[in-house]
Design a protein around this ligand. Structure first.
Ligand SMILES: *Cc1c(COP(=O)(O)O)cnc(C)c1O
Length: 412
């Protein structure tokens, strides 16, 4: 398989490892558990440390099995380079540690994964300034920009209310102002959407979710799309400016974010995630089809007050989602009509499992306000549009008819 050809998504993922020599012709990149790497002499070791020769130094900074996964994600996102981390949160934390200073300002969507929201609150207490805006309209982002704004952070589809960011116009704004544009692509995955197409600078993926897909390994990644001009970024230390500008960001993120904070992805987890990614497109096709069927069925039932899913024409950002995404994904949320207790409903489900992961092969459900968004309190929940009865559904790959029947029978 030659690199130049434009193969489809799954073909590219399946044959990614073979773009470089794989030990013994193994069709899976082997799991390399070594922490240290020896060279033929001390001078070669020094050359590897100084970046004059390719090679691995120490397991915290890089590992062959993890590198193979990084290459795979780079291809999925059509980027220039990827760094993997122990979790999705570690990847986002690396942006804070690696790229931000106390005098900086960040503009973030207010519709966020709960722990990312908590992280930005912490960052705000540590001296940086964070503005939360409704990112479904670029005007709110533009109004929040300051001379010291270093980055804009958004999610593609927000979890659990499924708001879709004004992705294209925020991209154009960031490009015009020379601001780093960070897009968390977890809810769409690189199969449904490539943030590079709207001008993203860095792409976050929680590999734990759709890319791994089986709920059996944690992981996160950052991909440089190659679109950002790092010479416009003031926080790059001289040490990394000796490289070509295109790699400044990733060089500093690898050293300051990954190496110094130490949240390295383990080789066993990298292997699980890599194997999982081979079937991602097939899984997401099924999940998206089932989610649409479930969202339609529930939205037509009088016992359901509201359904949030970008695939429904009633969704406020349906048009944007339809124009940017290949399908609408496997996540939706809904509110039951008054008088139906969300715990009673969840307890009547026979197939869907109450659990907090998403992007799993199994359908998972969770009462949002009482679990993942409990810590932030009622007021902040209300500001994020989270109803106290909201149920989030991460649709798995079970047979669609079984899921429809399960969600229907639980209503009555
Ligand atoms: C889960 C998730 C994360 C964090 O990933 P972990 O691997 O659980 O740390 C970040 N962003 C989004 C949108 C997520 O859904």
């Amino acid at each position: 398989m030659t690199e130049q050809k434009h193969y489809g998504f799954t073909t590219t993922v399946l044959h990614s490892d073979r773009q470089k020599p794989v030990e013994h012709g193994s069709l899976h990149k082997p799991i390399h558990t070594a922490v240290a790497f020896g060279y033929k002499d001390a001078r070669e070791l020094a050359d590897v440390f100084q970046g004059k020769k390719p090679g691995y130094r120490y397991g915290r900074q890089g590992n062959p099995t993890v590198s193979a996964l990084e290459d795979k994600i780079t291809r999925m996102e059509d980027g220039t380079a990827t760094l993997c981390f122990a979790t999705g949160m570690a990847a986002i934390g690396a942006i804070v540690q690696g790229l931000l200073r106390t005098s900086d300002h960040v503009v973030s969507s207010s519709f966020l994964f709960g722990n990312t929201n908590s992280l930005w609150q912490t960052v705000g207490q540590q001296g940086m300034e964070v503005s939360f805006v409704d990112a479904t309209d670029v005007a709110n982002v533009e109004r929040a920009l300051q001379p010291n704004t270093r980055l804009v952070f958004v999610e593609t589809i927000a979890n659990p209310r499924t708001q879709v960011s004004d992705l294209e116009r925020i991209g154009a704004l960031c490009r015009e102002r020379g601001i780093l544009y960070v897009v968390d692509n977890t809810m769409t995955s690189p199969y449904l959407f490539r943030p590079k197409s709207v001008g993203a600078s860095l792409v976050v993926n929680a590999l734990t979710k759709s890319i791994g897909g089986h709920g059996n390994a944690l992981g996160g990644s950052l991909t440089d799309t190659g679109l950002f001009d790092w010479t416009r970024y003031p926080n790059i230390a001289d040490n990394y400016r000796r490289f070509p500008p295109a790699v400044w960001g990733m060089a500093q993120l690898r050293a300051k974010g990954l190496r110094d904070f130490g949240a390295a992805l383990g080789p066993e987890a990298a292997h699980h995630l890599s194997v999982g990614s081979e079937t991602m497109a097939l899984r997401i096709e099924r999940e998206s089809a089932s989610a649409l069927a479930l969202a339609r069925m529930l939205s037509e039932d009088p016992r359901v007050a509201r359904v949030h899913y970008p695939g429904l024409p009633s969704h406020p950002q349906h048009e944007i989602a339809a124009s940017l995404f290949r399908a609408f994904g496997g996540l939706f949320s809904f509110e039951l009509a008054d008088g139906i207790d969300c715990f009673d409903y969840l307890n009547r489900l026979q197939i869907a499992v109450p659990a907090s992961n998403l992007g799993d092969t199994r359908t998972l459900v969770i009462p949002v306000a009482h679990t993942i968004f409990y810590e932030m309190g009622r007021e902040r929940r209300a500001s994020m549009g989270i109803a106290e009865s909201l149920i989030r559904v991460s649709v798995g790959i079970e047979d669609t008819a079984d899921l429809l029947e399960d969600f229907r029978q639980a209503l009555g």
